[in-house]
Design a protein around this ligand. Structure first.
Ligand code: CU
Length: 303
C-alpha cells in the first residue's frame, strides 16, 4: 500500500494536493526561519508593523485563498449519483470481510463475490459503500482516498484506474478484534478481460467433475457449511458468510489473511479460530484429513 504511487485519477489528485501542501509548507517554514535568523542577527532593525501585517495577515490570507481555489478544481470528484457510463459496484463491510456486488450486464441480476474487487482500467468506477454491522472504512491508497462505511448510510467513492495491477486495501476504521485482518485486493484489468471475468462470475458453479470433488461438495453440505455460505447452483442462498461460488478464482481467502492455496484452505477450515480468532465461523478441527482435503479441493475448483 503506497500513497506515493497513485494508479487512478482520484489517488493522483490526492497525491498532488499532498505534495503541494508539503512542499509549500516547507518553503514557508524556511522563509520564516530565515526571517527569524535575520531579525535576531540584526536586532531591532526589522519593521515590526510591516512584517506583522504583511506576514501575519496578508500573506496567509493570500496563500490560503489561492490554495483553496486551486484544490477546488483538483480534488477527487464527488457525484451523488453514478455518472453515465460508470461501473457501479456495491461493497458491504462485515466483521471482518467485504461483500462485493456487481450487476450482470447480460441479465441485470446481482453477481455476488467477496474480498476481491475487479475493475476495468480507464472506466469510471463508482463504489457504493455500506456496512452490515459497525463502522468500517474502505481504503485502497493507490486508487482512492478513505471513505467510512456507516451502517444505514450509503457512501461512495469514484475513481478511474489508469494502470493495470493488483492493489491492496485495508479497513481503515477500527471495527473489532480482527480489524487488522480485514484487507482486500482490487485488481484492475483491461476492459476485455474484465468483461470476461464478470460474465464468468455471473455463472453458477459447475457440478463437480471428479469423484474427489464430489466428495468435497457432499461434505460441505453434510457439515452444513451452506448455512452461512452460498455456492450458486450447488447450495441454497445464504448470505451470512462470503459467497463461495467462485472462491477458487480469488487470490486470497478470509480478507487477505491467507493466500488461496489448498493447504491454506484446509488450515482455514480446520483452524479458523487459531488463524483469525473471533471470526464468525467455527473451526472444523473434528473433520478427518481426507474430508478436509476434499472440501479444500472442491472449493479450489470453483473458478
Ligand atoms: Cu473493518
Amino acid at each position: 500500500m503506497n500513497v506515493f504511487a497513485p494508479a487512478s485519477d482520484a489517488a493522483r489528485a490526492i497525491a498532488d494536493i499532498s505534495w503541494v501542501l508539503v512542499v509549500g509548507a516547507f518553503l514557508i517554514l524556511s522563509g520564516v526561519m530565515a526571517l527569524l535568523a535575520y531579525s535576531l542577527r540584526d536586532g531591532g532593525k526589522v519593521r515590526t508593523r510591516l512584517w506583522l501585517l504583511g506576514g501575519g495577515v496578508i500573506f496567509p490570507v493570500v496563500v490560503l485563498a489561492a490554495l483553496y481555489a486551486w484544490q477546488l478544481g483538483h480534488g477527487p470528484q464527488w457525484k451523488p449519483v453514478p455518472p453515465p457510463g460508470a461501473l457501479v459496484v456495491h461493497v458491504t463491510g462485515h466483521m471482518w470481510w467485504w461483500e462485493v456486488r456487481y450487476r450482470d450486464p447480460a441479465t441485470g441480476a446481482d453477481v455476488i463475490a467477496a474480498n476481491e474487487l475487479r475493475v476495468p482500467v480507464g472506466k469510471p468506477v463508482y463504489v457504493a459503500l455500506e456496512s452490515r454491522d459497525v463502522i468500517h472504512s474502505f481504503w485502497v491508497p493507490e486508487l482512492a482516498g478513505k471513505m467510512d462505511m456507516v451502517p444505514g448510510r450509503l457512501q461512495h467513492l469514484l475513481f478511474t484506474a489508469r494502470r493495470a495491477g493488483a492493489y491492496r486495501g485495508q479497513c481503515a476504521e477500527f471495527c473489532g478484534e480482527q480489524h487488522a485482518r480485514m484487507a482486500m485486493h482490487v485488481v484492475a484489468l483491461d476492459p476485455a478481460s474484465f468483461d470476461a471475468w464478470l460474465s464468468a462470475q455471473a455463472k453458477p458453479a459447475s457440478a463437480p467433475g471428479a469423484p474427489m470433488l464430489a466428495r468435497g461438495r457432499d461434505a460441505f453440505l453434510q457439515q452444513r457449511c451452506d448455512a452461512c455460505h452460498a455456492v450458486r447452483g450447488q447450495t441454497a442462498e445464504s448470505r451470512f458468510g462470503p459467497d463461495l461460488t467462485h472462491v477458487g478464482s480469488r487470490s486470497h481467502i478470509a480478507a487477505g489473511t491467507l493466500p488461496n492455496t489448498p493447504e491454506a484452505r484446509r488450515r482455514w477450515i480446520a483452524h479458523v479460530q487459531q488463524v483469525k480468532p473471533g471470526a464468525r465461523m467455527p473451526s472444523y478441527d473434528r473433520l478427518d484429513d481426507a474430508t478436509l482435503e476434499a472440501i479444500a479441493a472442491w472449493l479450489g475448483s470453483l473458478q
